[in-house]
Each structure stands twice: as C-alpha cells, then as structure tokens.
Write a protein that binds this ligand. Structure first.
Ligand code: KG4
Ligand code: ZN
Length: 336
C-alpha cells in the first residue's frame, strides 16, 4: 500500500511516498529556515506563505521521484495537529482538495505520532516500546502501546527541550536554531565548567527547563556587566549537558518503573549527539534495546507522516470532509 504523506506544521513543506509504512520511495523537503534565521525564530506568517507557494511543487516532485501519479496512491496522510495553525492549514487544505479531486481516502496524522514513526522507517522497531519525544514544541515520555495507542507518562511543565536549547543559543549569540548550534560548538567546550540545576519535581517523569534557561541568562548578564568575555563553548556544552542529563535521567526512571526494555528517541532534538550518546550508554549498561531515527528523519519530514499514516489507515482512521487543523492536540487522544 502506498501513502502520500504531507507535512507543513512548522517551517518545512514536505511530501513523500511511503510503501507499507516502512519503505520510503521519495522524500522531498522545502524549508523556509533561512528566512526565519533573520528573526531568530520561526515567523508564522512567513512560514504559511512559503508553504502555500511550495506545496504543489513539493507534492508533484514527491510523486515524480516515486515514479507514480495519484492513481498509484492508496491514501493521503496529512499532519493536522499540533503546530502553527496557519502552516498546518495549508497542508490540510491542499490534502483535502487533492483527496476530493482524485477520490483518494484522507488520513489525519498527529505530528508527534509521526515523529515516533520515524523509527519505523529507520529500523524494525515494533510496539510496545517507550519513546522520548523531544522537539521544538514538546518534550514527552510516551508509552507506545501499539501503532495508534499511546500513554503519556511524563512531559515538560514549561519549555520544551528544543525551545530551551534554542533560547540558550540565542542568549549565547549563536545562530538559530540554537539546538543545532549548541550541538556543533559543545565538543569544543568543557561541559563541567558550569553546573546547571536539575529541577526537583513532585511528579517522577515530568521535566522543567525554564530554570536552566533562566540560569544561563543570569550567568551571561552577570559576565557581560563585569565586561568579561563569554566562554560560549563552555556554556553551550554545560547547558547541553544539563538538558540531556535531565532527559536521560527521567527516561531511565520511566523505563525501569514500567519495565520497558525497548527504547526509542524521536523529534528534532533526537538528532543531538550527546543525547544519542548518553541514551546509548544507558541502554548498553541496562541491556535495553535502543532505536534511533536516522538523522535525516529526526527533524520534520514527510516520510514519517507517510509511515504513521499507514498505521492510522490500517486501524481505520479516516478524515471527514470537514477536517480542521489544530494548534494543540494531545498525542494520546484517539484520532476521530
Ligand atoms: O521536531 P522539530 O524539527 O520541529 C518541531 O516539531 O518542533 O524540532 C525542532 C527542534 C529545534 O528546537 C531545534 O533546535 C532542535 O529540534 N534540534 C536540535 C538538533 N537538531 C534540531 N537540538 C539539539 N541538537 C540537535 N542536533
Ligand atoms: Zn516536529
């Protein structure tokens, strides 16, 4: 079965053709990232406009790369939530139109579910497993019970891990997105130069990153006031250590308490080299099996939408003609 996957939740317009949920036949991405860099973050209006301009070409290219046309597509899968509302609407409306014009079933896909599914196209992972989903907007520890059933065990109380890294990067004067810049510069710094707080929360698997963010801002302000040169690499490395240690610590606790031995990472921050290395170290030490998405499927892409779309389709999920987009939506709420 061939699924055309369409993604437009943030600043990537992406389309792909995926066979049987696991085999990627094409993967086309147009991004407006360079324009957002000028402003230090994603500007929703610019993102929406670029999606509207590029979506037809991206979908056409994805079909051409897979050597097929719409007659070879069994269903269209589209990201409908969560994300930037104007950006999501471009993908949803395009997919609805294409679905009606070609009489092809339409399947709505939750963005975080698709990040989890990036692992299906990279390896042979099958549920049940425990997944740390870490992106620019979300940080969740999710029990993936089957392909469309999830239980959120823990989440961030404030900033997402990616958001905290992006803000710290900005404070340190590094290019957007800060998560990538920090990952790049961290190996040249001393990660033990600064100790960032590990917040104590009364819920065992939740995260909080706003304290770390405030700590880096305070350190930078203090040093600037004293006219000292910022040790940018040391700060970046130490901040990255603070964030990733919190993530790995809670992941270890959840896996131990719930008895999971199959572990996965997902979302843009799963590309982080220290997070990958430390999770790998943990899983080797415990004898757990670790699944990591290929780097090209960590950030937003269409292939993961095609992969999750397949499993949603098989479980009977279909969009109605009045399908809408939603800025927020829990991952564990059944899809229609
Ligand atoms: O999943 P994603 O592409 O978009 C959302 O759904 O939010 O995640 C984007 C986030 C950004 O915060 C970006 O800084 C972060 O992923 N990110 C990284 C790395 N690559 C992307 N953070 C740390 N290390 C990286 N290598
Ligand atoms: Zn994402």
């Amino acid at each position: 079965m061939r699924i055309l996957g369409i993604e437009s939740s943030c600043d990537e317009t992406a389309a792909t053709v995926v066979q049987d949920g696991r085999q990627v036949l094409s993967n086309v991405i147009a991004t407006s990232l360079e324009e957002h860099k000028l402003y230090g973050g994603v500007v929703p209006e610019i993102a929406s406009r670029r999606h509207a301009e590029s979506i037809s070409g991206v979908v056409r290219q994805a079909l051409a790369d897979a050597n097929c046309d719409m007659s070879g597509i069994d269903a269209i899968a589209v990201t409908y939530a969560p994300g930037l509302i104007g950006a999501l609407l471009v993908g949803v409306n395009f997919a609805k139109g294409l679905s009606m014009a070609t009489n092809t079933p339409l399947v709505p896909v939750h963005h975080l579910r698709s990040h989890v599914a990036a692992n299906y196209i990279t390896g042979d992972l099958q549920p049940p497993f425990l997944c740390l989903v870490v992106s620019g907007g979300h940080s969740h520890i999710v029990a993936v019970e089957d392909y469309t059933t999830y239980k959120v065990l823990g989440k961030t109380r404030d900033d997402a891990a990616g958001e905290a890294l992006d803000k710290a990067g900005r404070t340190l004067g590094l290019p957007y997105p800060g998560g990538i810049s920090i990952d790049k510069i961290a190996p040249t710094g001393d990660e033990n130069a600064f100790a960032f707080p590990h917040p104590r929360l009364d819920t065992p698997y939740d995260f909080s990153f706003s304290g770390l963010k405030t700590a880096v801002i305070n350190i930078v302000h203090r040093m600037e006031q004293k006219g000292e040169t910022l040790p940018v690499a040391d700060l970046a490395a130490s901040f990255q250590k603070g964030v990733t240690d919190c993530l790995v610590e809670k992941l270890e606790k959840a896996a131990t308490d719930y008895g999971y031995t199959s572990i996965a990472l997902a979302g843009g921050v799963s590309a982080n080299s220290r997070l990958r290395r430390e999770t790998d170290r943990l899983c080797r030490q415990k004898g757990w099996q670790l699944h990591l998405p290929a780097l090209k499927y960590c950030g937003d892409n269409g292939a993961m939408v095609g992969a999750q779309g397949y499993y949603e389709y098989v479980s009977g999920v279909r969009a109605q003609p009045d399908l809408n987009a939603y800025a927020t939506m829990p991952i564990d709420r059944p899809t229609f």
